[in-house]
Design a protein around this ligand. Structure first.
Ligand code: FCB
Length: 410
């Protein structure tokens, strides 16, 4: 039996573009059309149904909820901010508060306004200032009701998919641009961190908690061969830790730039280096694993122990950690529950060894638009029938709900 602390944050996460619908001012919208991808369209219509969705979350005993603000709604044209859309998000926050659910707000979750992308996106020199203006506007409106902020979701995933592999807009394949984007995203976080804290200070509000959501993966060397161990070590440094190190070194030299680490964990990579080349070092994996593990419906290995291992690595930063995403897409809801249970066990094990984990947010509250994979992957605690947008609470959601309620995992 595992017992979690009374003040543990329990809930689920979403992102605006994936659930709201009709985000016509965001860069993914025209890109889906042009690239011939599944259109996000009305998604889950969460923009209209958020109250009902939060009722369900409340019934599942969630006490926290992570969601994102769609920049393209707030600033559909450069410099022109929509008070109406800001009022919508204020209502979202208040709707959570009324239900006793702590809002955890993400400012950037992969999508940008169309105008921002057309004027150079995250490569442009002015990118950081533009983002900052948006952050200031949003923070001023929500500060009295929000304590947890995530500036940027998965910077490494964003920049690798959009600027290295070229599979997400703007579909670039350029190491040079990727390097510039990495610098700009780190600067954007640091500036946003400062700006958010300043607004709270000036308004006499309690200190907020500002962090990022970092993708973390377990890199497991196949057969423990030396070359695989070396490659796994490198990938851990580059994918899991490089961005955090860039920011957290400021914490160490005196000026704090991160209050907590958000960790998004899904899977492992079984590393098998086939030859020495940059691409191989970055991507080679074992294709004929003789000891297969279960997989989600996208073919990702299920490897709960990896979360424990990653958490022990994050311990060195001496910061509170929130699991800001962990979840599975599957048509087998029994497997979903086993996935959740086994990951929670590993979180608890890490906590017993002194890792300060403060919360667990399952990805996702609802089935939703899984980016370039469309609507097929089903990650939700709550299933969506896309013909009529009806919600169906899954059994796994209820089982997790019992853990949220009691803090006890049997
Ligand atoms: C993460 C993203 C999230 C969702 C899950 C499955 O990388 O942050 O939006 O797509 O993966």
């Amino acid at each position: 039996m595992a017992k979690f602390p009374r003040d543990f944050l329990w809930g689920a996460a979403t992102s605006a573009y994936q659930v709201e619908g009709d985000n016509v001012h965001s860069d993914w919208w025209p890109w889906e059309k042009k690239a011939g991808k599944t259109r996000s369209g009305r998604a889950c219509r969460h923009y209209e149904f958020y109250e009902r969705d939060f009722d369900l979350a409340r019934r599942l005993h969630h006490n926290a909820h992570r969601f994102s603000i769609e920049w393209g709604r707030i600033e559909p044209r450069e410099g022109s901010f929509s008070r109406r859309e800001m009022a919508h998000y204020l209502n979202v926050v208040l709707a959570l508060r009324r239900r006793g659910i702590e809002p955890i707000v993400t400012l950037h979750h992969f999508t940008n306004p169309v105008w921002f992308s057309r004027s150079g996106g995250w490569v442009a020199q002015r990118a950081v200032d533009r983002f900052l203006r948006f952050c200031n506007f949003v923070t001023r409106s929500l500060a009295p009701h929000v304590r947890y902020w995530i500036t940027i979701n998965e910077p490494t995933i964003y920049l690798s998919h959009a600027y290295v592999f070229g599979v997400w807009p703007p579909q670039e394949r350029s190491y040079l641009k990727a390097t510039l984007v990495a610098e700009n995203l780190a600067a954007a976080h640091i500036e946003a961190y400062r700006a958010i804290h300043k607004i709270y200070r000036r308004s006499g509000l309690d200190r907020p908690y500002v962090g990022i959501a970092q993708n973390v993966m377990a890199f497991v060397p196949y057969k423990r061969a030396l070359k695989n161990r070396f490659t796994a070590y490198l990938r851990d440094k580059v994918y899991n830790l490089a961005f955090l190190n860039r920011i957290i070194r400021h914490n160490i030299i005196g000026s704090k730039r991160m209050d907590f680490i958000g960790a998004n964990y899904y899977s492992r990579q079984l590393v098998e280096l086939k030859k020495f080349g940059i691409g191989n070092l970055a991507m080679d994996v074992c294709e004929n694993n003789r000891w297969p593990v279960e997989k989600n419906s996208l073919g990702w290995d299920i490897y709960p122990r990896g979360l424990y291992e990653v958490l022990l690595k994050l311990k060195r930063y001496d910061l509170p950690i929130i699991i800001t995403e962990n979840g599975i897409c599957t048509s087998d809801d029994g497997l979903r529950w086993r996935y959740i249970r086994d990951h929670l066990k590993n979180i608890h094990r890490a906590m017993r060894e002194g890792v300060p984990v403060k919360g667990y947010l399952y990805w996702s509250l609802l089935d939703n638009f899984e980016w370039d994979k469309g609507f097929r992957p089903r990650f939700g605690l709550i299933g969506i029938d896309y013909d009529n947008c009806k919600r169906r609470v899954r059994k796994s959601a209820r089982l997790l709900g019992q853990v949220c309620k009691t803090g006890i995992l049997k």
